[in-house]
Structures are given as structure tokens and as C-alpha cells.
Design a protein. Structure first.
Length: 197
């Protein structure tokens, strides 16, 4: 898990949401994504007042978190895209959990040195302790123990996340600026945008 955007650069202002880039095991992209969305709702309910100047989610909840991208291991070892924009995104991201995995990902992409050789000189340490187990995480682990269970869980998570995305898109249908921003982000993230698989 890495923070990015204004949180990573130190320019977080009132109303800004906290941007995350997430790395996931193969076959768990949508499990991770849906879990992150649900945690975003939880923290919006808990800490939303601090983010009340930002864009509300569905006109109701302040948007506290934003999942920029979820990269699976096969997406990132090595990246299909090897341009300066992706290199800059990785350079300015700050891993806060799973830092050993993040460093391995950087090393599996030597092309990053063409754009930003300093990316390999950074020193990282986990800033977030391992999470306390929950009933939901226990069920997820149990289902994901075998390949069929993992595929089923990921498929269900994808369906729920896609439905949530449709609802959010419908709520922005009358906002041309929001639609243009969504289209821009899909282009910038290609082929790693969450539903571009």
C-alpha cells in the first residue's frame, strides 16, 4: 500500500482526499479494490468532517480516500507501460505497508532508471502495523485458500464494485466536468484502470 498525490508530496490541503496505489496478489484485484472502497466508506463516516470541503460521494459522504490503481503482481513485474509518467507516479509514491514488496517491484523494473534513477536510492519502512484480524478477513482468507474460491470471491467483488461504480457515474451524469475528469483519468491510467482488464 502506497500513498500518492498530495499526501505523498506533502501538499495535502483541506478537502483533499488521500490517494492510494495498491499492490495485490494475482487473482485478488477486485477483492482488494472492494475492500478499499468499503474502508473508504467506513473512514468517511468516522472522519468525514475533516474532509467536508472536498467532493462529496453521491452528494452524501465526504470523499476521504481514493484508490488510484490496483496493480497485481503480474501487472507490475514488469510493467507493460514503461513511460516517464508511470515512472514519476512510482517515484512520488510513498509505501506505508508492504515496503519490501514495493522495493522488489521497483527492482523488477530496471527501465525506471532511464527516467528517474533516484527511485532506486529511496529507503522505505512500513509505517502502518499489520492489521488486526477481523471476521471479514477470516472469511476472505478461508475462501481464497483454493484457486476456485479465490476466483469466485474476486468475481463477486468485481460485480459489487462495478455496480457501485455505475451508481457513482449516474450521480455525475449531469456534471460534464466530472465526466471529463473520469475520461481523462481512464486514459492516463490505461491499461491499469480498475475495470480495464
Amino acid at each position: 500500500m502506497a500513498v500518492s498525490g498530495s499526501t505523498a508530496s506533502g501538499g495535502l490541503e483541506a478537502g483533499d482526499d488521500i490517494d492510494f496505489n495498491l499492490f495485490a496478489e494475482d487473482g485478488t484485484k477486485y477483492i482488494v479494490y472492494l475492500t478499499a472502497l468499503l474502508l473508504g466508506v467506513k473512514y468517511s463516516l468516522r472522519h468525514g468532517r475533516r474532509f467536508s470541503m472536498g467532493t462529496p460521494l453521491l452528494g452524501l459522504l465526504p470523499k476521504v480516500t481514493c484508490v488510484n490503481v490496483v496493480w497485481t503482481q503480474s501487472d507490475s513485474r514488469s510493467f507493460v507501460r514503461q513511460d516517464e509518467f508511470l515512472a514519476f507516479e512510482l517515484l512520488r509514491s510513498v509505501p506505508i505497508a508492504g515496503t519490501a514488496h514495493y522495493v522488489e517491484t521497483l527492482r523488477a523494473n530496471p527501465w525506471l532508471g532511464i527516467h528517474f534513477p533516484q527511485v532506486f536510492d529511496q529507503v522505505f519502512a512500513d509505517r502502518v502495523p499489520p492489521p488486526v484480524g477481523s471476521a471479514l478477513s477470516s472469511v476472505q482468507r478461508w475462501l481464497a485458500q483454493n484457486p476456485r474460491g479465490r476466483r469466485l470471491l474476486d468475481r463477486v467483488a468485481r460485480g459489487i464494485a462495478a455496480a457501485l461504480h455505475r451508481i457513482v457515474r449516474l450521480s455525475r451524469e449531469r456534471d460534464p466536468e466530472a465526466l471529463a475528469r473520469d475520461a481523462f483519468l481512464r486514459r492516463v491510467k490505461f491499461p491499469y484502470d480498475v475495470f480495464q482488464d
